[in-house]
Design a protein around this ligand. Structure first.
Ligand code: F6R
Length: 595
């Protein structure tokens, strides 16, 4: 949802453009509508920008060939104005004396623009961002220095922002600030860095500062200073990132998505190390009579599995609410409700808004993959999933890590030692499924012509059906719907027609027989059934057109952690068959920082 970076090098004579390009390339998962860089050299700001993916624009403009030892860069996920050169960032004032990159939305931009136009400012783009360089220009014209012109600007703008600013009127520094959009500051050996997310700067800086809302960050070649609203220097804690640069590389895989699917056993294993932390949280929670999960998208599906686990194992009444709808339930919260926020990025705007509401009345727990992200800083308790950086837009290894944390939480809460023991076998089960990837490739070849897909699951694997369908639609653009297997006959069965693929998730367990009846229902109406079933289930062979066997002993209780793997692979290979890039689905971005 747009990515920004900034860098100032200690060495005056070294050009920053290759580093800016490298850093911003690592954020392409945040937006691929356009890319742009601004550097300062020879008294002037120089800008190269255009619409298109990074490599396309780089081939045209040679983005690494720009002089100057400091600058800013941006990748865009368009919100206001088409993807076009004019709407690309950096955005500038009339005289190109101020350049700004921005992640977020300025909600009152129309009014500000109208006011500035009356004062003679001329706007060239359709972006909300363009008001920022014009406001900074206005305040600098009134006599404020760059830092205070930025401070005055953020008093005027409303909405969410992380911005980085350079100016030829006051060169040799970068000013940055944020509200409700992520921003980290990196302290490296050769220079100082700003970025929306850590993969951008893993290669250059390990020491990280997290600016809080409306703090002003000043980077120059001698260091980083952070000011609060009264111009006091804030003594910021310096954290160290424990991710390595290689973790954010494809490492020989064709795409990040398939690399991350293959890292799932490790992600589960590493997340199981959170067991003691989770136990401590549970011990500290005190009296809880209701749990409420809040999340979006894939994280919402992980949460739904949490409801099944907590209600069936621990007998705790559990709700799952989409973050964007949460405020309508706020009155039901009290101090005996634990509100659990599940998020890969820890920066999802809808979840952050909900967290602020929940913090007013209830205990809050974040289950988050990105260390230092906003949810980890605002929730009372935090469980950090240990998936490592996830670059593919479609969540895979973070999903199984979220599930792992939820399983640990539920098993510890319910004192279920059998389940706890079984969780340590899950990495092996996942690897066994991955070993059969060639079979999924063959299935993808058979099914990729379909226009619609249905996914059915019952009980624990109903959320797995929803997640399988989401994975398919978001990267292959094939319409996919997940349903509770028993619900189909209450309406959607009307859509089942000759040859329509229906993926039936049918692990051994209590729900097996009823799911089998639902399989028969769709089969008798002409559906082409692809069953995902347990090893040795010979019955499935005669009932389904195709069967993918989970060749290990996985019962329905832990099936969500394992049965999702062939569904992720199916989406990946179907997408390749269709010729699309699974890492960069159209219209989507990895981190959704707007409501
Ligand atoms: C789908 C996907 C999204 C995210 C959703 C929430 O593959 O990744 O549906 O799950 O945007 O994001 P987080 O988990 O970062 O809050």
């Amino acid at each position: 949802m747009c990515g920004i970076v900034g860098c100032i090098l200690k060495d005056d004579k070294k050009d920053v453009a290759p580093i800016l390009f490298d850093c911003i390339s690592k954020l392409e998962y945040r937006g691929y509508d356009s890319i742009g860089l601004a550097t300062f050299d020879d008294e002037n700001i120089h800008i190269k920008k255009d619409k298109g993916k990074i490599n396309e624009v780089n081939e045209k403009l040679d983005l690494q060939d720009m002089a100057g030892n400091f600058g800013i860069a941006h990748v865009r996920w368009a919100t206001h104005g088409d993807p076009s050169k004019l709407n690309s960032h950096p955005q500038v004032d009339e005289n190109v004396e101020i350049a700004v990159v921005h992640n977020g939305i300025i909600e009152n931009n129309t009014k500000i623009k109208a006011d500035l136009e009356k004062e003679g400012h001329i706007f060239k783009s359709d972006t909300d961002t363009e008001v920022i360089p014009h406001l900074i220009e206005k305040f600098m014209d009134e006599g404020f220095d760059l830092e205070h012109a930025v401070r005055k600007t953020i008093e005027v703008i409303e909405g969410a922002y992380a911005i980085a600013v350079i100016s030829s009127r006051e060169p040799d520094k970068i000013i940055a600030t944020r509200k409700d959009s992520p921003l980290i500051v990196g302290i490296g050996e050769d220079g100082y860095y700003l970025a929306s997310d850590s993969p951008a700067i893993l290669k250059y800086a390990k020491d990280i500062i997290y600016p809080e809302r409306d703090e002003i960050v000043i980077l120059d070649k001698s260091g980083v200073v952070v000011h609060d609203e009264f111009d006091n220097v804030v003594n910021k804690q310096i954290d160290t990132i424990n991710w390595t640069p290689e973790m954010a590389e494809k490492e020989g895989y064709d795409h990040f998505m398939i690399k991350e699917i293959n890292e799932q056993a490790t992600a589960v294993r590493n997340t199981l190390t959170q067991r003691d932390n989770i136990k401590n949280i549970i011990d500290d929670l005190g009296d809880i009579d209701r749990i409420c999960f809040v999340a979006c998208g894939t994280s919402y599906h992980a949460s739904l599995t949490g409801k099944y686990l907590l209600e069936s194992l621990a007998g705790i009444s559990t709700d799952v609410i989409l973050a964007s709808e949460f405020k309508y339930s706020a009155k039901t919260l009290d101090d005996k409700t634990l509100v659990i926020f599940i998020s890969q990025s820890g920066e999802t705007a809808d979840s952050l808004k909900a967290l602020d509401i929940a913090n007013e009345t209830s205990k809050t727990l974040g289950i988050v993959n990105v260390a230092g992200s906003s949810i980890t800083r605002r929730a009372k308790y935090v469980i950090q999933t240990q998936a490592g950086p996830e670059i593919g837009v479609a969540a895979t290894k973070t999903y199984v890590s979220q599930l792992t944390a939820i399983y640990l939480f539920a098993a510890l809460l319910a004192d279920d030692n059998d389940l706890l023991d079984e969780l340590y076998n899950v990495p092996d089960y996942i690897d066994e499924v991955l070993a059969d990837f060639e079979e999924v490739k063959i299935l993808s070849n058979r099914y990729h012509f379909a226009k619609d897909f249905f996914y059915l699951g019952r009980g624990y694997v109903y959320p797995t059906a929803l997640e399988g369908a989401l994975k398919l639609k978001e990267i292959s653009y094939i319409h996919g719907e997940g349903y509770a297997a028993g619900e189909l006959k209450h309406g959607p069965l009307a859509l089942i027609d000759e040859g329509i693929p229906v993926v039936v998730i049918i692990p051994p367990g209590d729900a097996y027989k009823k799911t089998m009846s639902n399989l028969e229902e769709v089969k008798s109406r002409g559906a082409s059934v692809l069953a995902i079933g347990g090893s040795g289930d010979e019955d499935l062979k005669s009932k389904a057109q195709d069967v993918f066997y989970i060749n290990c002993d996985v019962g329905e209780l832990i099936a969500p952690l394992v049965y999702i793997v062939p569904l992720q692979l199916l989406s990946y290979y179907v997408t390749l068959e269709k010729g699309f890039d699974p890492d960069k689905p159209r219209n989507l971005a990895k981190c959704v920082t707007v409501e």
